[in-house]
Ligand binder design. Structure first.
Ligand SMILES: O=C(O)c1ccc[n+]([C@@H]2O[C@H](COP(=O)([O-])O)[C@@H](O)[C@H]2O)c1
Ligand SMILES: Cc1cc2nc[nH]c2cc1C
Length: 353
């Protein structure tokens, strides 16, 4: 089944306006500071303005996509799968890491059930997009069907569209899913062509023996499924996850609606990489929040030509890094709006500027 929504979304993604970016930089170069001295904050400001046409942020939203994974049965995580629904309840009660850091950043957290192996009923606050109660075990066959992969992408695209209509100017991604560093490492291996040993790490904190088992599971999963790196939808379906598809869709939808997307850690970056592999301009709309402890993270960031904003030894996921990075993007915009020019402040300009 082809997806008109996906095709339309991809067709709407445009290159970011370089003239607008240059105009913002020229303005920052007249501000009372040695040229370039706010470092990467200047990049954040000029990119945000070039993408959105705005110099302020009305609303910031972090989407925490949750899903379960059949591959959890292989003992690849330090925690049992029931933690996924338990953490969904925790998010909705405002008691998780992402809730605390999003409050700090002034961002709203939206929790999406993409495929948790639990019946939440009519739980208020939860966005219901359940595709199935967990993926199939990717070691034995495809994690999901092609139609399910499309459904996951379309869910993320629809959420980005609704956010755009509601005046959200900055989107963030987040994830929750016991065992989801396994599909994420598989995605990193498939697109980079590196062996799984080089992109697989400890996730929630597995020991050496479990790490060897996890690597073997990924090797077997890639061998049995033979995902085609030229076909990102095939990679998502065969070795991905429902929440990873939701993240990829949010990134595509954000890019199509000219909303920058702050991409969280390892799992979010696997989703964003799928989106980037679908369209060459998607990467221009991404802010990589931080570099996770997971060894495969840098490999994916490099492939997407992203330099992470932060490097704080974090490995929680949920959107925690995205919340922190949003604060810095907002700080950069405040600098753009409020720092006076040399002329305005009567400050003498330097030489060689
Ligand atoms: O975002 C990251 O960089 C990150 C790194 C390691 C673990 N996690 C989180 O931990 C869970 C996956 O770990 P695991 O060991 O169950 O595969 C999942 O809920 C993720 O949000 C997240
Ligand atoms: C407690 C817990 C919280 C998490 N948040 C994201 N992944 C997680 C994994 C665990 C185990």
């Amino acid at each position: 089944m082809p997806s008109p929504t996906l095709a339309r979304t991809l067709a709407s993604i445009r290159p970011v306006d370089l003239d607008r970016m240059a105009a913002v930089q020229a303005r920052m170069d007249r501000q009372t500071k040695p040229r370039g001295s706010l470092g990467r904050l200047e990049e954040f400001a000029r990119r945000f303005v070039a993408i959105t046409g705005r110099e302020d942020i009305r609303r910031k939203e972090i989407y925490t996509f949750a899903g379960d994974h059949g591959v959890a049965a292989e003992g690849v995580s330090a925690f049992p799968p029931e933690v996924t629904p338990q953490m969904v309840y925790n998010f909705l009660a405002g008691g998780a890491g992402v809730n605390a850091l999003a409050r700090h950043a002034g961002a709203e957290v939206r929790v999406v059930d993409m495929g948790v192996d639990h019946d939440f009923g009519e739980l208020p606050g939860l966005i219901h997009r359940k595709i199935a109660r967990g993926t199939a075990n990717l070691r034995r066959g495809p994690a999901m069907t092609r139609d399910q992969a499309i459904e996951a992408l379309e869910a993320g695209i629809a959420l980005a569209n609704a956010a755009a209509d509601a005046g959200v100017d900055l989107l963030g991604t987040g994830d929750m899913g016991i065992a989801n560093t396994t599909p994420s490492a598989a995605i990193a291996a498939v697109f980079s062509g590196l062996p799984p040993t080089q992109v697989t790490h400890r996730g929630t904190g597995i020991d050496d023996q479990s790490l060897l088992r996890k690597i073997a599971v990924i090797e077997e999963g890639i061998a049995i499924n033979a995902p085609n790196p030229q076909n990102p939808l095939d990679v998502l379906a065969k070795v991905g996850g429902f929440e990873i598809g939701g993240i990829a869709g949010l990134v595509l939808g954000g890019a199509a609606r000219s909303i920058p997307v702050v991409v969280d850690g390892f799992i979010s970056t696997a989703g964003a990489l799928i989106a980037c592999e679908m369209h060459p301009q998607v990467r221009e709309y991404i802010f990589a929040a931080h570099r996770s402890v997971e060894v495969g993270h840098a490999v994916m960031l490099e492939r997407m030509a992203q330099q992470p904003i932060l490097d704080l030894q974090m490995r929680l996921g949920e959107g925690t890094g995205a919340a922190l990075a949003m604060s810095l993007i907002e700080a950069a915009l405040r600098g753009l709006r409020e720092i006076q020019t040399f002329d305005q402040a009567g400050v003498t300009q330097g030489r060689d500027q």
